[in-house]
Design a protein around this ligand. Sequence first.
Ligand code: NAD
Ligand code: LMR
Length: 329
Amino acid sequence: MAKAPVRVAVTGAAGQIGYALLFRIASGEMLGKDQPVILQMLELPMDKAQAALKGVMMELEDCAFPLLAGMIGTSDPRVAFKDAQQALLVGAKPRGPGMERKDLLLENAKIFTEQGKAIDEVAARDLKLIVVGNPANTNALITMNTAKSLPQTAFTSMMRLDHNRAISQLATRTQASVTDVKNMVVWGNHSPTMYPDIRFATVAGKAAPALVNDEAWYKNEYIPKVGKRGAAIIEARGLSSAASAANAAIDHMRDWNMGTNGAWVTMGVVSDGSYGIPEGMIYGMPCTCSGGKWEVVKGLEIDAFSREKMDFTLKELTEERDGVKHLFA
Ligand code: NAD
Ligand code: LMR
């Protein structure tokens, strides 16, 4: 018997990530090739945004996706999030050349307060939500604290692009395939302060630090390269990453829904106090997923270098939180 369709809300649907994301969701890459979906797409009310959204919907129609069971295009968050079981919050103002992600903080905070309220009122109670729009961790924090009637575990931020970047750079350095790299972790904020930690990583079964055997490269090249990759893409393209961001969002939601079979993935999740990260912060952590739930990998040893890096990125997140907490406190 055919499965009942799942309602998937996507905000910023006519933007560049939206354009790289929606067609993949509709083709079954996120929830499976046997799972029909109803896309509930939110855009700004301005004529230009709504016209662009209409164009995207026309193209979705033209694909005749067998799994696309329905579409809604709207500028009303209460319509977009109504009964949504999956939500991808992409819509936000992206940064341009020379801007840091935190420059966007207050401008984007308003969006996530408004959407959090709508989610609180109308989303399905088993919602799974990812925030992609920057600053992603703090926007997820705002949404979680605004939509108080839902469990905190429903709210995550996207660290998967950082995780994928970290894997790819390590595979290149070790001349291995990306599929050989396991147990990567990227701690903290989706910002240049993030800490890509290869201490537990293996490459084709061998310990990554020993294989790399070059601490200067790791500390002075690898860590900053992964952390500043977003800026390097903006510099090169004149636009922020879109296809790789959409790909990471699909990876994140697919793994959360379908499980990771014990593999580690990095997700921005609400802290339960593990690893000295205060409860309630949204922080990049190593997770495994099964049965539709994420779980933090526990018991990893934190050495002095890691402690310093993890506290540094936490400090930035704390400052971001302090800049917006009046919105939900
Ligand atoms: P974009 O400007 O192309 O698209 C954003 C879309 O969101 C626009 O169409 C805009 O009209 C819409 N929008 C703005 N405010 C909205 C609102 N309140 N409700 C609904 N829609 C709204 O930007 P993009 O390149 O698609 O990037 C989107 C966001 O994702 C940016 O914040 C960007 O910085 C972020 N991003 C995050 C990651 C990550 O790894 N977490 C990676 C890449 C980009
Ligand atoms: C990225 O990491 O590519 C995005 O967060 C875009 C940005 O602003 O860096």
